[in-house]
Write a protein that binds this ligand. Structure first.
Ligand code: SF4
Ligand code: MG
Length: 464
């Protein structure tokens, strides 16, 4: 998901709509915006579909007045997959000291247990979302102020959260102690911005100030930004997959350009798994920067062997299998004239179920390619993510049941190589590679080493 908030500008909701549009890659199912105006109270609009189809109509934006506003774009990872508007964020709660709205990116790993406990004690849940627990925990806190109630609530929550919240007067940002999901602070005029990624600061002309640190809470009141660290300090474990796929290449994470990291992954891949061929082609768009790096390092020409229909979104993020299956052909087509008779290296960011790679291989052989070599810009995805990326159950992951050679046979390609975990760490700037005793990132979907025990899943029988 993507979260965004602005304070201190006129008609803040318009800025939020623009910010969410720039974060659309983080969630395409639905979006919501809440704003506050002293004369009009809180207002909220939550809709299915793209930001540009909902939050561009003037008549609708006029219902969201005020200089303080937050928003969310949704990609369902927890709760029901069935589309339900009640699961669309931001969520809202009324407390004795006033209302508050929250937008959450990540996944709460003990949400089932919390929900059970809260329901037993009288909470009435409105949605199937894990994020709603936070509102109910806040309602039960005895603290006098909303930020302190939020601290109380979040101390009981396990897993990943980057949160943007608001009260009548405050914009609040929080990151979980491991800092699994991103969150940055920006400035616009006298006002402040919180955003999942820096690319959404650019779109509104805000300047990047800094990242919210893992475990940090910022409370912004007017022009004042107060920072605190309400949780027990831990060594950060940012999601390495944000660098590989999830974030936009024009964002800056941890002082590093995501594009440059991905290009560097391609360079590492070309060193680790060279192969003779005529062309290096990306599987667009997610494989593009790595393919550029692979071509630069290997000296094999880069070419657009697969053309992407710009009117399709991210296939993976379509929540049902049947749509995803259709998706590949709707989205990608082979550039026949270029491919014919050529030995082609295809670079993609990841293999999850193998749907994309299998279809692409068929398409490219149909088009008359002489050889097909896959190079993948991440290690084999053998474990599900429980922290906010919707990888399927373990059984559906190709790499969970097959070795690299079995996957190559299954995909029926001439060769298939994944970057090593150390190679990936080098590409994100860790010259010594992965620190095995204390990894610098979360890489559980590749290593199976989960930095937070996924309690709900373990009690459902998941074996780590
Ligand atoms: Fe990111 Fe993978 Fe960790 Fe999930 S399991 S947070 S996708 S690195
Ligand atoms: Mg892709």
């Amino acid at each position: 998901c993507g979260v965004f908030g602005v304070t201190g500008v006129t008609d803040a909701a318009n800025f939020v709509a623009l910010g969410l549009h720039a974060l659309q890659h983080r969630g395409q199912e639905a979006g919501g915006i809440v704003s506050y105006h002293p004369d009009h109270d809180f207002n909220s609009v939550r809709r299915f579909g793209y930001v540009r189809d909902n939050f561009t109509k003037q008549s609708l934006m006029e219902t969201l007045p005020g200089s303080l506003s937050i928003g969310h774009v949704r990609y369902s990872t927890a709760g029901s997959k069935a589309a339900a508007i009640r699961d669309v964020q931001p969520f809202f709660g009324e407390f004795s000291m006033g209302g508050a709205a929250i937008a959450h990116n990540g996944n709460i790993t003990n949400a089932d247990a919390l929900r059970r406990e809260l329901i037993e004690r009288g909470s009435i849940f409105q949605s199937s979302s894990d994020s709603e627990c936070i509102i109910h925990l806040m309602a039960r806190s005895l603290q006098r102020n909303i930020p302190e109630r939020m601290e109380d609530a979040l101390r009981r929550v396990e897993g990943a959260f980057s949160i943007v919240a608001m009260t009548r007067t405050k914009l609040i940002g929080v990151r979980d102690p491991l800092g699994v999901r991103p969150l940055v602070l920006g400035q616009i005029g006298e006002g402040w911005v919180l955003s999942s990624e820096t690319c959404a600061l650019d779109i509104i002309g805000a300047t990047y100030v800094r990242e919210i640190e893992p475990g940090e809470m910022v409370v912004i009141t007017g022009e004042k930004v107060e920072s605190s660290f309400p949780f027990r300090r831990q060594k950060p474990r940012f999601c390495i997959f944000e660098h590989v796929y999830f974030s936009r290449p024009d964002s800056i994470i941890g002082g590093r350009s995501v594009y440059e990291t991905r290009r560097q992954i391609g360079v590492e891949l070309a060193r680790e798994a060279p192969v003779e061929a005529d062309l290096v082609c990306p599987v667009p768009d997610s494989g593009t920067p790595a393919a550029i790096g692979f071509s630069q390092e290997s000296g094999i020409p880069y070419a657009m062997g697969i053309i992407r229909n710009q009117y399709m979104g991210r296939t993976f993020i379509e929540p049902t299998e049947s749509i995803r299956n259709m998706g590949v052909r709707l989205k990608l087509n082979v550039n026949r004239a270029l491919i014919q008779g050529k030995r082609v290296i295809l670079v993609d960011d990841s293999v999850v179920r193998g749907t994309t790679s299998r279809k692409i291989k068929e398409m490219i052989l149909d088009a008359g390619a002489a050889e097909v070599h896959f190079r993948i810009a991440s290690p084999p995805t053998a474990w599900p993510c429980f922290y906010g990326v919707d990888t399927p159950q373990r059984e559906k992951l190709l790499a969970a049941t097959m070795s690299e050679e079995e996957m190559r046979e299954h995909l029926a390609v001439d060769s298939l190589k994944f970057i090593s975990l150390d190679g990936l760490y080098r590409a994100v700037g860790e010259a010594e590679g992965r620190n095995k005793s204390c990894p610098q990132y979360c890489d559980a979907c590749f290593s199976g080493e989960y930095p937070v025990v996924p309690a709900d899943m373990v009690s459902k029988g998941f074996e780590m």
